[in-house]
Design a protein around this ligand. Structure first.
Ligand SMILES: *[C@@H]1O[C@H](CO)[C@@H](O)[C@H](O)[C@H]1NC(C)=O
Length: 154
């Protein structure tokens, strides 16, 4: 009975949103750029956010993973030791999402999925939520950069 009542609602939804903009974005996977920091050194890695695992081919002991243009929570990082990932923001003027890696260790492979929107892109269009912001949050219909309390008080 409940199923029958839901059906017209679902059909209505399908008809009223024929071509949402996010469908175009999903045609090609978004490309995520990372910096894997090992104390004073590190390496860059580019990964298509297509849900597949990509090896890093690098054995450095990583202590911080920075998602330069992606949402770090939409990615997984495989290691071969016990590991904890702690979400944090970098100290840049445009803060970036990071995982602090404890204890520092090699990251074997990475996989990411989904997509996200750049700073000042529309996260709400015509009253419709478009998607997650990369390295920012959605406010007044736009993706805004993360800020720190000290930035606001200036
Ligand atoms: C990583 O990329 C950044 C930005 O392109 C560059 O400045 C930096 O030198 C690169 N680091 C390494 C270790 O390749």
């Amino acid at each position: 009975m409940k199923f029958l009542l839901l059906l017209p609602a679902l059909l209505g939804l399908a008809v009223s949103h024929p071509a949402a903009p996010e469908l175009d974005r999903r045609a090609d996977p978004q490309i995520a750029h990372f910096y894997f920091q090992a104390a004073a050194t590190g390496y860059n890695l580019t990964v298509p956010a297509d849900g597949n695992w990509y090896p890093t081919n690098n054995g450095l002991n990583i202590n911080i993973i920075t998602a330069l243009d992606f949402t770090v929570n939409q990615c997984e990082f495989a290691t071969h030791q016990q590991v904890a990932f702690n979400y944090q923001l970098s100290g840049d003027s445009f803060p970036k999402e990071q995982f602090a890696v404890g204890p520092p260790q090699p990251i074997d492979s990475v996989r990411c999925h989904g997509y996200c929107l750049g700073i000042y892109e529309d996260c709400v269009k015509n009253g419709q939520y478009v998607g997650t912001c990369c390295n920012g949050f959605c406010a007044a219909n736009k993706c805004r950069p993360y800020v720190y309390p000290q930035d606001i008080s200036e």
